[in-house]
Design a binder for this molecule. Structure first.
Ligand code: NOJ
Length: 436
């Protein structure tokens, strides 16, 4: 399916053994596979078979905290004299800091009568990245996976990896860790990929995680873009600023959904497939690496979860339901299927479906160097329309408004959300890719 769709990489959410207090983001062993998901052999097989199809596999590294069941933490909490005591953040007194999931960011440990720090759940104690041994332990983890053929990592909460004091990210130290990882990733051929979860709302701060351009992250998620909505002026502005702020050799990354936010077809598209196609068109038509969250390609909607089925501590289950393949028997899946979008099987057969459109768009990208790597230059357009040139010979345009607009575009239509072949006027929520 992934080969048919035309993707060239897959980021897997955490695959490590975990008590699953936070859907795998509480890791109890960084060098193994969670038995519910499979075995190490199966993961190796996946990497090899994906590789044969030109698809690279990225894992989700969770370095800011471990599970409270990780051997390191068990040792750390066993006594104040433990050699691993300082691998975590312990204090005699707690301050007022709140955790991201609510409640205090400190938990008192009865045995040793101190508080440990956790930005997320009490079951996710934060590692102390001021301790050099922690750096060494993660070097080993990165090497372990690179040597098994993993293409790279999405790196969890990298924007606040090192905290000093515990309520504040220590940016110089974070950059030093990223430089260290980049040097390590660069020793592999092909180079290991570092994709950061840089959840910051200022583009300047996001851009800083690329370092000088080739010495820190390869890719940093752009959250202002994810949250811009379907507003042509806001999107055009964020994309222009991103290009200005990134070092010239750096490469942007664009995403509209992930496992932490409501799915974009519901959040910004009113569950209207014409809008969904426009969003996919700009996501895949920009200069940079587009990241689809599973289901984006079928316009998968947010699913209502009945209270008795809730698994997540932070109301994110609605974006984590099973993929509606259509012909598979799920039995009793981990969350309800939802059934509010046409299945993959159905959309595969249906000309004009979101899935078929997304696949055509990916095929167009792959066959057209302009869309893969051509420079981005925005074009003057009437309000509501966002249009840009890619490279020498391609234009992408979307009308993100309720009115038909004469955008004054010319050229040969390569792909249209609405089957149009004259680009002079764009109907409401319509987009095109043009050969100019
Ligand atoms: C960010 C992850 O994306 C999210 O799912 C998780 O809950 C937190 N980090 C804590 O690890």
């Amino acid at each position: 399916y992934l080969e048919w769709l035309g993707v060239d990489g897959v980021w897997l959410n955490p695959t490590f053994p975990s008590p699953n207090n936070d859907w795998g983001y509480d890791v109890s062993d960084y060098c193994a596979v969670h038995p519910e998901l499979g075995t190490m052999e199966e993961l190796d097989g996946l990497v090899a078979e994906a590789g044969e199809r030109g698809i690279r596999i990225l894992l989700d590294l969770v370095p800011a905290h471990t599970s409270d069941r990780h051997g390191w933490f068990l040792e750390s909490r066993s006594s104040r004299e433990s050699p691993r005591r300082d691998w975590y953040i312990w204090r005699d007194e707690a301050d007022e800091q709140e955790s991201v999931f609510g409640g205090q960011a400190w938990t008192f440990d009865e045995r040793t009568k101190q508080y440990y720090h956790h930005r997320f759940l009490a079951q996710q104690p934060d590692l102390n990245w001021l301790n050099g041994e922690v750096h060494q332990a993660f070097d080993e983890i990165l090497r372990f996976w690179f040597e098994r053929g993993i293409a790279g990592f999405r790196i969890d909460v990298v924007h606040e990896l090192v905290k000093d004091p515990p309520d504040r990210p220590n940016l110089p130290e974070i950059h030093a860790v990223l430089q260290r990882w980049r040097r390590l990733a660069d020793t592999y051929d092909p180079q290991g990929i570092l994709l950061g979860e840089t959840w910051v709302l200022e583009l300047e701060r996001m851009a800083a995680f690329y370092g000088a351009g080739e010495d820190e992250l390869h890719l940093a998620f752009n959250f202002p873009f994810m949250f811009a909505g379907l507003d042509s002026a806001a999107l055009a502005d964020i994309v222009a600023q991103t290009h200005e702020l990134l070092p010239p050799v750096a490469w942007p990354v664009w995403a509209l959904s992930n496992h932490d936010v409501a799915r974009f077809p519901t959040r910004i598209c009113d569950e209207d497939d014409e809008r969904v196609k426009c969003a996919l068109l700009f996501l895949l038509g920009l200069r940079g690496t587009p990241v689809l969250y599973y289901g984006d390609e079928i316009g998968m909607r947010q699913v209502e979860i009945p209270p008795e089925r809730v698994l997540d501590v932070h109301e994110r289950d609605g974006a984590r339901t099973p993929m509606p393949w259509g012909d598979a028997d799920w039995g009793d899946p981990w969350l309800p299927l939802g059934g509010n979008v046409a299945s993959v099987a159905k959309q595969r057969e249906e000309p004009g479906s979101v899935l078929r459109f997304c696949r055509e768009l990916l095929a167009l990208r792959q066959g057209r160097e302009d869309i893969v790597s051509g420079a981005y230059a925005s074009l003057e357009t009437p309000a509501g329309v966002w249009a840009w040139r890619r490279g020498d010979g391609s234009v992408v345009a979307v009308n993100l408004s309720d009115d038909a607009v004469r955008a004054g575009l010319g050229g040969r239509v390569l792909l249209s959300t609405a089957g149009r072949d004259d680009p002079g006027t764009l109907g409401p929520w319509e987009g095109v890719v043009l050969d100019v």
